[in-house]
Design a binder for this molecule. Structure first.
Ligand code: EPZ
Length: 436
C-alpha cells in the first residue's frame, strides 16, 4: 500500500491538463458489448477503475487493447454473460454492464454491487427500470439474474426517480437496454449529468436513436443493431473542480486546461461566492486567488446542481474560509468521511444528519491522515498542500481509482509531494506479520 508525503505551503504555478472523464468512460466502455464491430474509445483515463472495467469486459468476451489513452475493443464471443463478484466488488460501477448485456444478449448475470464507504448503494431503480421493459429479474446468492421475455424487451414509459432523485447509472442501464427494445421508451426523471449525455451521444454515433439526453426526459426508439464507433470521452469535470480548488486553497493562479467550463457552472458559482474568480478562455480556466475565501453554504443535488463528488474538496476550502459555512449532502448523507480527517488537521467541522457546519480557521496543520474514498482522498491531498508542515496520507489506492498520476501532475505545478511505500499502515503490518 502507498502513502503520500506532502510538505505544505508551496505556491503552485503553471498549467495542468484535465484527463478524460472516469464516470463517462465506465458506461461508454460497456457500450462495446452492444456491437460486434470494432470500437475505439479515446482519452479513457488510466485508472484502477477503468482497468477493472476492461477486465470485466474481457470476462464478457470483449477483446481489448489499450494504447496511448485509447481503448480498442472487439466483441469476440458471447459465451459468458456473468460479470463476476470479485471484479464488481472492486468497482460497484461495474453494474453498468447490466443494461448493455440484457439489451444485446437478452440475458445477464451481474453481482449485486454491495455498498461502499460513502453509503449504501442500492440498485432498486436499475431493476425497476429494466422490469418495466419486460425483463424478468431474480436475485440469487448475491447475483442479479436478468432475462428478456420470449418476444424480447418492449419499449415502455418509465419513471426513474428515487428517494434521492435521479440515478446516473440506472439511467445509463435502462437507456442501453432500451436501445434494442421493440418500440419506444420514455425515461422520466432521467439523470441529466454530462456523462449520461456523452453515453447517449456515443450510442447515437453507433446508430441508436436517443433524444433528450441531458434533460429529465429521454426518449429511445428501438433499433436492430449498432455499428462500431471511434469516440472521445468528455473531460473529467470532477477532476477539473478538484484542481481549481487546489489553486484556490494554495492561493495559486494555476490554469486547468482541456476542461468543459459549461459542465461546472454550479461549482464556478460557489467559488465566485467564496471570492475565488476563475478566468475562462475557451477550455482553459485560470484561478484568480484571493487572500482568504469567504464562507458560504450549499446543497449537493443531481446535475446541474452542485455535485456530491466535489463536496469533500469544497469542504477543505470552507475549512480555511472567513466565517461559518454549511453543506447539506442530499445524495449520500453519510459522505463526510473527509471531515473527520480534516479535523485532525485542525479544521473545525461538525456533522450530523447529512449536514456539515464548518467554522473557518486561519490555517490547517499537517498531520497523519487516511483516505477513505477517492474524493475524500483527493480532498485531503489538496488540503495538505495548503497546510503548515508535513502530512502523511495513507491508503492512496483510493485516489488511484479516480485521479490519473495525481502526485506527478501536482508536482509539475510545484507541489512538494511524493509517493512512498506505506510500512506504517496497520493493514500492511498485519499482512507482513501474516507472511512471517
Ligand atoms: C454516479 O454513481 C457516479 N459514479 C458517482 O461518482 C456519483 O457520486 C453519483 O453518480 C452521483 O452523482 C459513476 O458515474 C461511475 P446514483 P451512481 O445512482 O450512478 C440513490 C465518484 O466519486 N440510488 O446517481 O451509482 C443512491 O443511493 C462516484 O466518481 C437509489 O436509491 O449514483 C444515491 O443516493 C462516487 N437507487 C442517489 O440515488 C438506485 O437504484 C444517486 O445515486 C440507484 C441510486
Amino acid at each position: 500500500m502507498d502513502a503520500f508525503i506532502i510538505q505544505g505551503g508551496a505556491r503552485l504555478s503553471g498549467t495542468i491538463q484535465v484527463s478524460g472523464s472516469k464516470n463517462a468512460s465506465l458506461p461508454i466502455l460497456a457500450a462495446s458489448l452492444m456491437t460486434d464491430q470494432p470500437c475505439v474509445f479515446r482519452k479513457v483515463p488510466e485508472l484502477s477503475d477503468t482497468k477493472t472495467q476492461v477486465k470485466i469486459l474481457n470476462t464478457l468476451g470483449v477483446e481489448t487493447r489499450w494504447e496511448k489513452g485509447a481503448v480498442h475493443t472487439r466483441l469476440r464471443d458471447t459465451d459468458n454473460s456473468t460479470a463476476p463478484y470479485e471484479l464488481v466488488k472492486q468497482m460497484r460501477a461495474g453494474v453498468c454492464v447490466l443494461g448493455p448485456l440484457l439489451g444485446a444478449r437478452g440475458h445477464a448475470t451481474v453481482s449485486l454491487p454491495g455498498g461502499c464507504v460513502i453509503g449504501e448503494r442500492p440498485i432498486d431503480l436499475h431493476l425497476r427500470g429494466l422490469e418495466a421493459l419486460g425483463a424478468i429479474i431474480t436475485l440469487d446468492k448475491g447475483n442479479i439474474h436478468a432475462k428478456a421475455p420470449k418476444g424480447g424487451l418492449r419499449g415502455a414509459e418509465i419513471y426513474l426517480g428515487g428517494t434521492f432523485g435521479s440515478s446516473v447509472l440506472a439511467t445509463d442501464n435502462v437507456m442501453c437496454a432500451a436501445v434494442f427494445a421493440k418500440g419506444t421508451t420514455v425515461i422520466e426523471c432521467a439523470a441529466c449529468e454530462p456523462e449520461v449525455v456523452d453515453l447517449a451521444d456515443c450510442l447515437n454515433a453507433m446508430g441508436a436513436k436517443i433524444e433528450g439526453a441531458g434533460s429529465p426526459r429521454i426518449t429511445i426508439h428501438g433499433v436492430k443493431r449498432l455499428k462500431g464507433v471511434d469516440w472521445t470521452v468528455i473531460p473529467d469535470r470532477i477532476e477539473t473542480a478538484t484542481f481549481l480548488i487546489a489553486g484556490a486553497l494554495t492561493r495559486s493562479p494555476i490554469t486547468v486546461a482541456g476542461g468543459r467550463p459549461d459542465h461546472l457552472i454550479a461549482v464556478l458559482d460557489i467559488l465566485k461566492r467564496m471570492g475565488v474568480e476563475v478566468e475562462r478562455k475557451g477550455n482553459k480556466m485560470t484561478v484568480v486567488p484571493c487572500e482568504r475565501p469567504r464562507a458560504t453554504s450549499l446543497t449537493t443535488l443531481p446535475y446541474p446542481a452542485f455535485p456530491t463528488d466535489v463536496q469533500s474538496p469544497i469542504l477543505t476550502l470552507m475549512a480555511i474560509a472567513e466565517g461559518s459555512s454549511q453543506v447539506t449532502e442530499r445524495i449520500y448523507p453519510d459522505r463526510f468521511m473527509a471531515a473527520a480527517e480534516l479535523k485532525r488537521m485542525g479544521a473545525n467541522i461538525s456533522t450530523s444528519n447529512g449536514q456539515a457546519v464548518i467554522h473557518g480557521v486561519a490555517k490547517l496543520s499537517g498531520a497523519p491522515v487516511m483516505a477513505s474514498d477517492l474524493r475524500a482522498g483527493a480532498a485531503l491531498t489538496i488540503a495538505a498542500l495548503a497546510a503548515e508542515g508535513e502530512t502523511r496520507l495513507a491508503r492512496v489506492y483510493h485516489i488511484d481509482r479516480g485521479y490519473e498520476r495525481f502526485e506527478d501532475r501536482l508536482r509539475k505545478l510545484g507541489a512538494r509531494i511524493e509517493r512512498v511505500k506505506d510500512t506504517e499502515d496497520p493493514l500492511v503490518i498485519a499482512a507482513a506479520a501474516g507472511q512471517q
